[in-house]
Design a protein around this ligand. Sequence first.
Ligand SMILES: Cc1ncc(COP(=O)(O)O)c(C=O)c1O
Length: 384
Amino acid sequence: MTIYLDNAATTFPKPERVYQEMDSCLRNYGANPGRSGHKLALDAGRAIYKTRELVCQLFNIENPMQVIFTSNATDSLNLALKGVLRSGDHVITTSMEHNSMVRPITALEEIGVENTIVQCDEQGVLDPQKIKTAIKTNTKLIAMTHASNVTGTLMPIQEVGLIAKEQGIYFLVDGAQTAGVYDIDVQKMNIDLFAAPGHKGLLGPQGTGILYIREGIELRHMKEGGTGSKSEQLQQPEIIPDRYESGTPNTPGIVGLGAGIDFILKTGIDKIREHEEGLLKVMLDEFGNIDKLRIYGPVDPKRQTAVVSINIGDEDSSEVSYVLDKVYDIAVRSGLHCAPLAHKTIGTFEQGTIRFSMGYFNTHEEIMKVVTALKQICEELENE
Ligand SMILES: Cc1ncc(COP(=O)(O)O)c(C=O)c1O
């Protein structure tokens, strides 16, 4: 059986109930929600609403209508960034962001949106004071990740949220690496816009994502089309979430996402995090004892998510990953992980890293097998 350690890309496997609920949706009430008025369409609509409510419960969101369903975190980030920023605005971000944040921000330069990329240190750690210093009179938005997908480094979003609130600046958080594992309270943390994929820590299927929009914030919508509401109008309806959710939704996917969040709420987010932290501690301790390994990031289970990036001497990261997969049946990711600025920050832009990312369904036994495999690979490289 493959040891799957690529959960930062997408979690696998999913809780059993995710498969069951998606199967049941497709078989029993796979109608188009919000369009027709028949019983099956109403059942589909109710199932989608239930997931909106579960999202609210997890992130302490008051109004389920402020939760927009998207296809993934990239979709959510694009809607948030391009929906808020206009020509002449300034946005602040960090040097540890994923391309799903960096590329839309770069693209916005074309319409006259300025940006500042605040430099993090070699472990990917952000000093919140640097965000404060970067604020200008035209700063409209601070947009940053909650944790790096390369080093796992946790970012001080609580502190930055406070800075944003004090200065009257919108705060967008990318929860791709933390949603479902770390406590996120959009009210306590002063988060105005919260983007997350449904298919990572929220344990739903691929093709799902969410964007929370704080009440009162008006975004420019990305697309127009059928919403099932205000059908007499030729213009996009103003009401939300319809305004941002044109076209037939991914009902089975959203139902699966609901089942994933239900699993998290019933299992307890603390239990999930503690399990992942336990695995992370073992991995960091054991990797620390292997001479040729270089570990990036904080190397501290309390200051990073269950993501460990390493290199073996000067070895090509993709070759080591290939051997892990081919010889040991261990699935990891290598290279730049769609985050070139993060690799520049930690000094691995040329070599990339080998990334091990753990999830709730990994075990201690699996981690020890990985340790044995890496020790063998190091020995063989030494004997070459
Ligand atoms: C920090 C971060 N942001 C955004 C994304 C993009 O997520 P998605 O693939 O769901 O669009 C990822 C995916 O790895 C990520 O790690």
